[in-house]
Design a protein around this ligand. Structure first.
Ligand SMILES: [Zn+2]
Length: 476
């Protein structure tokens, strides 16, 4: 019986793998082939890794100079010309690219000579500035290969069943077009072994449903927003439901920073390792936790630097992450400020997975609090980002929870947007999501106050609901 089960499982896994490869080839992004190519290349020592990154970043900058009017202007203004880039000099003079630069100059940043297929990206709003942009269709393949490699470090192979706890417009976007698109996507995802559940369903009864679903689907991997995973794990522990999670061999969280206590709590509930994937919507996966204890940066396709408090950008050390992607054919990203505060180290002896070079030793950014309704139900911070994306004309936003049940939303409006109607629209969509328990005040301001230290947070909860003890932890 057991062997029949094993055989059936193996067959199902092979079928999922076949569907994954067919889908990726159709979209011209075979991430499994790319990963095989990386793994087949000879192991490089730290100097060779550095040299390769140096070559690729100058090639990417030269491409940007030749094809993007924005970069060309910016480079020339900084005293860098084509010859400098060909001779690989002057990197430190290349100006940093801000989110705001992309927002204001998107058409000028796009490569004029790329005419292939594109797909749209939207930032998660983790700095409160939202971007909508196009990338070349093959662009995500690097990120996908890096994620597959990260899974492999933890013994999980392509085709493994996965439950994804992620943001969704379900319940926010009611249009028929959206419903059809979602149904189609989830059908294909299911054939690839991926089932998506809502990260916004985090009240106790909803966590119970998520756990039941995991017990039914028996995935090897659970992937999702850190806070949502924490809330599910916390509920499983409080309600003695951990047996329901026994199939899971790996939990991967992303987008949010978790405290060690939260990670331990997730690990206790799922009885397996909890690992972090670091990335951004603009670049995809940047780094992956390895069993060796470091989070290795995918230096095959990008380079990370850090901007120190003294304003100097360095290859390693602590500061704000600055990324250069080597293969942005439509949207070149050269020295782009991500907004997260990280610490980069460089190692010269290969770890057990053969990785040398740059790794992230610590991630300090991406802090958002959980808002709790007067009845005690938590609201996932990312929910507000999804809701805000349905309203156009918002440059940045911040939500503050005052006394229980009171939300104040600060907005920076785009130029030419009528403030009163924007405020009314935002109040309406937020109220529709948070329910009658909340009083919602919206205020359009010239500039949202920046924190004196640390990263911009777009959701600031009531400190009473965000303590380390008890049900919900403060994420700082
Ligand atoms: Zn390692």
């Amino acid at each position: 019986m057991q062997s029949n089960n094993t055989r059936a499982n193996n067959l199902a896994r092979r079928f999922r793998l076949w569907v994954i490869r067919a889908r990726e080839r159709l979209l011209q992004r075979d991430s499994i082939a790319l990963l095989e190519q990386w793994e087949a290349s000879p192991l490089l020592d730290v100097n060779a890794v550095r040299r390769r990154a140096e070559d690729l970043k100058y090639i990417a900058a030269l491409y940007a100079y030749r094809n993007s009017p924005y970069y060309r202007r910016a480079f020339l203004a900084a005293g860098i010309d084509e010859q400098d880039l060909q001779d690989q000099r002057g990197w430190d003079r290349i100006p940093l690219l801000e989110k705001e630069d992309i927002r204001q100059n998107l058409e000028q940043i796009y490569s004029k000579n790329y005419s292939g297929p594109c797909q749209q990206g939207r930032t998660s709003g983790s700095t409160g500035i939202r971007l909508v942009f196009d990338v070349n269709r093959g662009y995500p393949v690097y990120s996908m290969a890096a994620a597959r490699r990260g899974f492999r470090w933890w013994g999980v192979e392509p085709g493994a069943k996965l439950v994804r706890i992620w943001g969704t417009y379900q319940g926010i976007d009611q249009s028929l077009r959206f419903q059809i698109k979602t149904a189609y996507k989830s059908l294909i995802d299911r054939a690839c072994g991926v089932t998506s559940l809502s990260a916004f369903a985090v009240t106790d009864p909803e966590c119970h449903q998520t756990i039941d679903k995991i017990a039914e689907l028996r995935p090897e991997v659970v992937f999702g927003y850190g806070t949502a995973l924490f809330l599910v794990a916390d509920y499983a522990l409080r309600s003695s439901l951990v047996k329901q999670l026994a199939s899971v061999r790996l939990v991967v969280y992303t987008s949010e920073y978790l405290t060690a206590w939260q990670r331990n709590r997730i690990s206790e509930a799922f009885s397996c390792p909890v690992v972090s994937e670091y990335g951004s919507v603009e670049t995809g996966v940047i780094a992956y936790d390895c069993p060796c204890g470091l989070q290795h940066i995918a230096q095959e396709f990008l380079d990370l630097e850090v901007l120190g408090e003294d304003g100097i950008v360095r290859p390693t050390g602590k500061g704000e992450a600055v990324v250069t992607h080597f293969f942005g054919l439509k949207l070149p990203l050269i020295r782009y400020r991500l907004g997260d505060v990280i610490e980069i180290v460089e190692t010269s002896s290969p770890c057990r997975n053969g990785m040398v070079g740059k790794s992230i030793a610590s991630l300090f950014g991406r802090n958002n609090d959980i808002i709790v309704s007067p009845a005690g139900n938590p609201l996932h911070p990312e929910l507000f980002d999804y809701v805000m994306r349905t309203v156009s004309g918002i440059k940045r936003f911040q939500i503050r929870e005052g006394s229980p049940g009171q939300l104040t939303i600060f907005l920076e409006a785009c130029d030419g947007i009528q403030h009163e109607s924007l405020a009314a629209q935002v109040a309406e969509v937020v109220k529709a999501q948070v329910g009658k328990e909340f009083q919602v005040l919206v205020s359009v301001v010239d500039r949202i106050q920046e924190p004196a230290s640390g990263k911009f947070r777009w959701v600031i909860g009531n400190p009473a609901n965000n303590q380390v003890s008890g049900q919900v932890a403060r994420i700082t």
